[in-house]
Design a binder for this molecule. Structure first.
Ligand code: ADP
Ligand code: MG
Length: 801
């Protein structure tokens, strides 16, 4: 690792721009020069920079063939990239003032090797380090005297090693014993299974040890769980020749590591708590000014928030618990506020977009409801009204419709599609699988026809010829609805006038695919439907730029599905249950294990299971097999047979998760249930309990680990999809906010979506209020916020080439 090359090609880029981007600025071609330069840097760059440079190199490849406006854009992107590069990686003279944007190499004690190590923690700049918040704290304000310790008491002590130790084997457990003193009392430090500790510390070494006291034959032993070295005994040592990177002064470390609440950080190989603590302290001191944050001062004050610089100091080196909590609150608010401002801006930019048509809404409702074979639930009526509002408003719409399995989302979506068609425009419904697309098509075709609206189907497995004919049709004909798979948003499909797009089971589509579909129509109104309920915190973050409708009521007469866990021998009993139900004229689903790497292995496993059961336990019964590799005619045929009672048992992969509605199926076995997510299992069991008979879902598992079993028990306990979703989130953690990565949203490092929900709600309210009052974020108070948003947007677009 070295500092990257200082000669940054800013000048040639500026010249190229000045000469009108005609590729005259550089002999041999501008693009070639930039590419060579970027590629030269890559081997010496950290991963983040390397990635940027790679994109840069790739971006200029086509330069020679680009039209001038596009070239200009590339040049401007290159300039911005170079500016960033210079800010973060420039070496040379230490700056007068260190800012959060400076690389960590500017801190004392960080040479190339340490810098590399810190990058393993994702830390590149001083700002990154300031945001590397402690994962926990150790309260070392008052350390007890060794003499005061009782048997089995847990404590943290400061001790000085008095002699080199030795290893004692005892009952098969090796134990390093090292004599030490706390100044008043002699004691023996004990490490289990770390023999190297015996000879590690020269006499005179000062340690902070956390662990447990034991009194052994009247002698005090201290079983060490955690060790920190405060200062070394013996001769001064050189650490692997990197003297210039020696630990900060011993006294510094003592000051930071004892007699206070001490931060404990996430570490990596080659970085110790003590060293990192010293480095953070140095960054806090050297960085001038410390970041003030993006929350407008007036708002921070109104919310009683601690100023960010103080919060940063307190979060790393708290004076007491109250101030530490105040610091946490400030930083969590800071993050959530920024996130919500981004979301609020996206949302308002959509609803201010006036390129969208006003469609019939409430006026159509009575006619629509009359065409349904059932009375809508109260929740459906409410959501229909919300959708009607979106349809009537002459702006784009972005609405998430979520609710439990079977709450009747399809019907409300049909309403929006109908409205588009009635207006002479087009409505499209997109489903994640062919099976589901076909099912939706069947459900919608009849009621829509009754309303005088033609409905068509487009899936990937149709013949090229019929696809082409349908595409040509879509280019010219309005007043219709089309249902399909992702084939709908492929480039070749051009809608004449797409006004409403409905995306079912949206979690299976990427953010980009969603955008692609709505990009098919100007000001298209988009409704996305989730398979299962979405926890409130996610609705406010991952879907924070959507309006949200909830179907929190099931149609009447639904019988809850009984769910039980089963192990080992109970499998046979489960098979008996299936056989008994079949004997009584009912039907069963057998869901095959998901194979780790998915894909074709799932299919093979399902096939094996099918043959095993057909020839073994269920010989004589009529079994069908369904998986994603069967072509649609075959699947269709299997589904038809199952629906019409010509099959007793359907062996399937998770393709039945969606789109299958057979009321006579009353029992489901799920193999290796522990491999599924809770929400997914909930979605699966939603395939039964659709008729008048009691239904049972048996979750077969080999797992015995308490946390795994505990997780599955949630499904035994409740049939409420909202509860399942919250539990799922709580257990998995919101780490991967579905689909928010790479989408220009700020990171949450401190805020915990579950613990900080009240802060989230407050920050959201404040963000939306602020934007309403000051949509352009003008003024001094919002400068930092404006700049942060610009940075985010730039990161998003700079590299999206
Ligand atoms: P999901 O919300 O899981 O997508 P669907 O839209 O597939 O649910 O509806 C599940 C079933 O319930 C369908 O067979 C549908 O016809 C039926 N259904 C929907 N709404 C009602 C209602 N209000 N009363 C009775 N049945 C309904
Ligand atoms: Mg559905």
């Amino acid at each position: 690792m070295t500092r990257p090359n200082l000669t940054i090609p800013v000048k040639p880029t500026e010249l190229e721009l000045k000469l009108g981007c005609e590729d005259r600025a550089v002999e041999g071609g501008y693009a070639a020069m930039i590419r060579t330069w970027a590629e030269d840097q890559i081997p010496r760059a950290d991963p983040d920079l390397a990635r940027r440079l790679e994109r840069l190199a790739a971006a200029v490849v086509e330069y020679g063939r680009m039209p001038v406006p596009q070239r200009r854009e590339v040049c401007e992107k290159v300039l911005r990239a170079l500016e960033l590069y210079r800010k973060r990686y420039r070496s040379g003279q230490p700056p007068d003032k260190l800012t959060a944007d400076h690389g960590l190499g500017f801190l004392r004690g960080v040479g190339p090797r340490r810098a590399q190590t810190l990058r393993n923690l994702g830390l590149h700049t001083v700002g990154d380090l300031l945001r590397h918040y402690p994962v926990r704290y150790d309260d070392r304000r008052v350390l007890p005297l060794a003499a005061s310790l009782e048997h089995r008491q847990s404590a943290t002590l400061i001790v000085t090693v008095t002699e080199l130790g030795h290893v004692v084997g005892r009952r098969g457990r090796a134990m390093a014993q090292v004599p030490a003193t706390d100044g008043a009392t002699d004691l023996t430090l004990v490490w289990y299974n770390q023999q190297y500790r015996a000879q590690q510390f020269e006499p005179g070494t000062v340690l902070v040890v956390s662990g447990q006291a034991t009194l052994y034959r009247g002698q005090l032993r201290f079983i060490v769980a955690q060790t920190e070295m405060l200062s070394r005994g013996g001769e001064a040592q050189e650490e692997e020749g990197e003297t210039q990177e020696q630990t900060p002064q011993d006294s510094d470390e003592q000051r930071l590591s004892v007699g206070r609440i001490v931060p404990m950080y996430r570490l990596t190989r080659g970085v110790s708590q003590g060293w990192l603590r010293g480095l953070v302290a140095e960054a806090l001191e050297a960085c001038d000014p410390l970041p003030e944050g993006v929350v407008p001062a007036s708002l921070a004050e109104a919310r009683g928030l601690m100023p960010l610089p103080e919060a940063l100091r307190q979060v790393h080196f708290p004076t007491d618990d109250t101030l530490r909590k105040a610091a946490h609150a400030r930083i969590a608010y800071e993050e959530l506020f920024e996130l919500q401002v981004v979301l609020a801006r996206r949302k308002t930019s959509l609803t201010q977009d006036s390129g969208s048509a006003s469609l019939p809404g409430h006026a159509l409702m009575a006619e629509f409801i009359a065409a349904l074979p059932f009375a809508p639930t109260g929740a459906q009526l409410r959501v229909l009204a919300e959708i009607a509002g979106d349809l009537e408003r002459p702006t784009a719409a972005n609405r998430l419709i979520h609710g439990d399995v079977g709450s009747g989302k399809t019907v409300v979506a049909a309403f929006a599609l109908m409205s588009a068609a009635r207006a002479g425009k087009q409505g499209a419904l997109m489903a994640p699988t062919e099976l589901l697309a076909e099912q939706h098509y069947k459900t919608l075709r009849e009621p829509l026809q009754r309303l005088g609206i033609p409905c068509r189907l487009l899936t990937g497995s149709m013949t090229e010829d019929s696809k082409r004919r349908l595409r040509e049709h879509l280019e010219v004909t309005g007043g219709e609805v089309v249902v399909g798979t992702h084939a709908l948003f492929q480039e070749a499909v051009r809608f004449r006038d797409l006004a409403v797009a409905v995306v079912d089971e949206q979690h299976r589509f990427g953010v980009r695919q969603r955008a692609e579909l709505s990009g098919k129509g100007d000001g298209c109104k988009v409704f996305v439907m989730s398979a299962t309920p979405i926890p409130r915190t996610l609705a406010l973050t991952a879907y924070g730029d959507f309006d949200v409708s909830v179907l929190d009521e099931l149609p009447p007469n639904r019988k809850p599905v009984l769910t039980v866990l089963a192990w080992g021998k109970e499998r046979l009993q489960a098979y008996e249950t299936v056989a008994a139900r079949v004997a009584a004229g009912q039907q069963a689903y057998l869901v095959c294990p998901l194979v780790e790497d998915g894909g074709s292995n799932d299919v093979a496993a399902a096939e094996r299971e099918f043959h095993r059961l057909q020839e073994g336990h269920f010989a004589g019964l009529r079994l069908g097999l369904l998986h994603g590799r069967k072509d649609s005619a075959e699947r269709e045929e299997t589904m038809r047979k199952f629906r019409e009672g010509e099959l007793d048992i359907l062996v399937a992969t998770t393709v039945i998760e969606v789109g299958v509605d057979v009321p006579n199926a009353t029992v489901m076995l799920v193999e290796n249930a522990e491999r599924f997510g809770l929400a997914q299992l909930h979605q699966l069991r939603g395939r039964i309990g659709r008729g008048t008979e009691e239904s049972i879902c048996i979750l077969l598992t080999r797992a015995s680990a308490p946390d795994v079993v505990d997780r599955l028990r949630v499904l035994e306990r409740t049939t409420d999809g909202f509860e399942v979703a919250e539990e799922d989130l709580r257990r998995r953690g919101p780490g991967e906010l579905a689909g928010t990565r790479q989408s220009g949203l700020p990171d949450l490092r401190m805020a915990d979506l579950i613990a900080d929900t009240p802060t989230l709600v407050q920050a959201r309210e404040d963000a939306f209020t602020l934007l309403e009052a000051n949509p352009s974020l003008s003024g001094d108070d919002t400068r930092a916020l404006r700049e942060a948003l610009e940075r985010l947007e730039q990161e998003e677009t700079d590299w999206a080439i």
